[in-house]
Design a protein around this ligand. Structure first.
Ligand code: ATP
Length: 338
């Protein structure tokens, strides 16, 4: 963000965590084609960071009309599988917010050189790993740009916009621990005491969510299992009980597509984990452990056979504004806000 002039000196940085599904039951296929789910989601301490700023030649950023034709430009580290432009959920979230809040007039790729909103994305959440990385970035963009553009939309309105971007995005806007039903978007916050420790095993080869649900359609039955044991373990901060209660109905489907994932789960349990579960549609596998030193011990046993695991804790809050510099509104009274 250093090469361009940052207009008004305005910039915002938001850190956003990944998620794990501690429990996921598939109830069947709905009339609209989505699968009906009951799932318990929790944020995990693997973070992406999104920095946003309005940049451009000096003097152009102050005219409200110029700002309404602003372009959104995304920069990232060029990781394999990470899309550019509007294919990236962070940009889609920015365009949706800009239009909903009346800040942007529309898609602005053809706009004359003028002010640009630059989004710089530093990714640590595995891509296409079942940890909602794209959804987390969309949530980060909603929160960061709401602040940068001073839209002042309440979190509830951001959650509504989030629902238009993807099933996991409303949860990522809120963070913490939640019970979700329907497509995964109807959320209720869940009481979670204590902090849980994880050994996270990503996989370099992505698993497409659609392929996993198709495999579930072909070989699995709707399940009636309920999340009571997981909810009770969270309420009582009981890692042993949580390890025993972790559950994901998508595992048989994902394991049919990628048999090595079943082997990975067995290895983590054999290494002493309290439990292990595939996150969402995978392929990331998470092993629950008692504490930090237990995490190191389990990671040592499975390294290098399972690559380089990441040590993490949960819950990990929600999108967090880490740095913010926005000018006082009185300097730019004409600027459109809503
Ligand atoms: P989910 O569990 O929500 O289906 P996931 O965690 O398995 O998602 P993501 O990392 O969100 O996977 O990536 C899924 C796909 O979304 C990727 O293959 C990529 O093409 C696309 N995508 C769009 N924007 C992003 C982003 N900001 N980060 C990662 N992937 C993105």
């Amino acid at each position: 963000m250093s090469q361009e002039t940052t207009l008004d000196g305005a910039r915002v940085s938001v850190r956003v965590p990944a998620k794990v599904n501690l429990f996921l039951a598939v109830r069947g296929v709905r009339d609209d084609g989505y699968h009906e789910l009951t799932t318990v989601l929790q944020t995990v301490s693997i973070f992406d960071e999104l920095r946003v700023a309005v940049t451009g030649p000096p003097g152009q950023g102050h005219h409200p009309a110029a700002r309404r034709r602003m372009r959104l430009v995304l920069r990232h580290g060029g990781q394999a599988g990470l899309p550019d432009g509007e294919a990236n959920l962070a940009v889609r979230a920015g365009l949706l917010l800009g239009r909903a809040a009346g800040v942007l007039d529309g898609v602005t790729e053809t706009a004359p050189a003028g002010p640009t909103t630059l989004l710089e994305l530093a990714k640590a959440i595995p891509i296409a790993g079942g940890m909602a990385g794209g959804s987390a970035d969309a949530a980060a963009a909603l929160v960061a740009l709401n602040e940068l553009w001073r839209c002042e939309l309440p979190r509830q309105r951001l959650r509504e916009l989030a629902g238009e971007l993807g099933s996991d995005v409303p949860f990522c806007v809120t963070g913490g621990t939640a019970l979700a039903s329907g497509r995964g978007t109807a959320l209720a916050q869940v009481l979670c005491k204590g902090r849980f420790h994880w050994v996270v095993v990503p996989d370099a080869v992505p698993l497409r969510t659609g392929d996993v649900y198709r495999a579930w359609d072909e070989r699995c039955e709707a399940s009636e299992i309920e999340p009571d044991a997981v909810l009770q373990a969270l309420r009582s901060a009981d890692a042993v009980a949580l390890g025993a209660a972790l559950h994901n109905d998508l595992e048989p489907a994902a394991f049919a597509l990628r048999p090595e994932l079943a082997d990975r789960k067995d290895r983590l349990i054999a290494a002493g984990a309290l439990g292990a579960v595939l996150s969402g549609s995978g392929p990331t596998m998470l092993a629950l452990v008692a504490d930090k030193s237990h995490a190191r011990a389990v990671a040592d046993v499975v390294t290098p056979a399972l690559g380089a695991p990441i040590l993490a804790t949960s819950p990990a809050g929600g999108p967090e504004v880490r740095a913010s510099a926005t000018p006082p509104r009185s300097r730019d009274p004409e600027r459109p806000l809503k």
